[in-house]
Design a protein around this ligand. Sequence first.
Ligand SMILES: Nc1ncnc2c1ncn2[C@@H]1O[C@H](COP(=O)(O)OP(=O)(O)OP(=O)(O)O)[C@@H](O)[C@H]1O
Ligand SMILES: [Mg+2]
Length: 285
Amino acid sequence: MSTEPLNETALPPLGKTRKTHYKPEKGHIEIDHVTVDFGGGAIAVNDASLEIMPGEFVCLLGPSGCGKSTLMNTVAGFVHATSGSVKVDGVTIEAPGQDRGMVFQQHSLFPWKTVCDNVAFGPLMAGEGIDSARATARSLLEMVGLSAYEKRFPGVLSGGMKQRVGIARALANYPSVLLMDEPFGALDAQTRAMMQENLLQIWDEFGITVIFVTHDIDEAVFLADRVVVMSASPGRLIADIRVDLPRPRMPAMATSEDYIKAKQQCMELIRVESLRAFEQQRATG
Ligand SMILES: Nc1ncnc2c1ncn2[C@@H]1O[C@H](COP(=O)(O)OP(=O)(O)OP(=O)(O)O)[C@@H](O)[C@H]1O
Ligand SMILES: [Mg+2]
């Protein structure tokens, strides 16, 4: 077994296909009056409507249990709306599909496959030959800075590295939409900051539409073009805050007026909704 150190900090070099040079055309999401009622009095999402343009980065923020994952899962195709519809590029979502990649809070890598073969799995399932699928996997692993680990197994990687493999895997079928459900929630602050910058580089390269669920207001404001805030259960969309910070985003921007303004708006909304959620959970739980 190789003894090279598990290097968390190396960021991959930027490629030549940056989004700033072209306008993404795919990844248009239309969430139209979506309600999800799980029965037994649990309405998880209440009449949510949201349009996301190709290439936009939207963060979904809200108190625990408000319906963020449920709403995202209607876009992924794992959950069906009780009423309303979700379309991606004009096509109504009925089931998961290769046009939408998903990254979860806890990695879901196959422990018995190498890092390379984990990432190659999607293209292989889509009918690519093994050599071509592995070549795709290698180019994506380079983007997330993990080329040196392609032959290793997930068990020897750190949490941040596993999430980077998860991102590479979600991108392996070149989806037009990337759905991320608290992907950095379990990481320490430093690794998280590094992952955020890496993700923004990849987003810029791919010109992909991102919906990113988080509890962390700073993370939402740092990453997003728009921060969409959900109310306490039953989850409604109560605010759509545009973040007018230039790109590429830099950590130093956290002291700028626009950053602080967006953060304060989010904090006020989240404080009120989190208190409501807490009271609800105390009353019903
Ligand atoms: N499959 C299900 N069946 C029944 N109820 C569900 C199901 N999935 C979620 N719920 C309920 O729907 C509501 C919203 O859950 P959801 O997981 O979407 O919230 P969330 O905002 O993602 O929470 P968290 O921030 O804690 O991840 C909760 O009350 C939850 O108990
Ligand atoms: Mg959730």
